[in-house]
Design a binder for this molecule. Structure first.
Ligand SMILES: [Zn+2]
Length: 113
């Protein structure tokens, strides 16, 4: 099963390309603060109005892990287990750089500076 890039951010209509970077940053932000897991992140993103299915979120998580921004481990929960993700030092550094860019963009876009 292969997913194309445009499948990644389903549920955002024709604007999905614009949002895909924001969603990655959003994931990275939460992973820098606490351990996150797929379904929890699906709910968190839904809270912000991003409707993403687990099938589209997991490739994002894997991609961020491949880049070295996230590290994952298996957590045992009784008889089952789930994979949890947390930001690496590299991921936090990338997030920092992106935050500066976002601040700049926010200034222009929202505050009209
Ligand atoms: Zn959030």
């Amino acid at each position: 099963m292969s997913k194309t890039k445009s499948d990644i951010v389903a549920g955002l209509g024709g604007d999905r390309e614009l949002y895909s970077g924001l969603i990655r940053l959003h994931i990275l932000h939460h992973a820098a603060e606490e351990r996150i897991f797929g379904l929890g992140m699906v709910e968190e993103l839904a809270r912000h109005g991003y409707r993403i299915s687990p099938g589209t979120l997991y490739p994002l998580l894997h991609g961020l892990e491949r880049k070295g921004y996230l590290r994952s481990s298996e957590k045992r929960l009784g008889k089952t287990s789930r994979r949890e993700y947390q930001a690496t030092a590299l991921g936090k550094k990338a997030l920092n750089g992106a935050s500066n860019k976002l601040r700049e963009l926010f200034g222009e876009l929202i505050e009209g500076k």
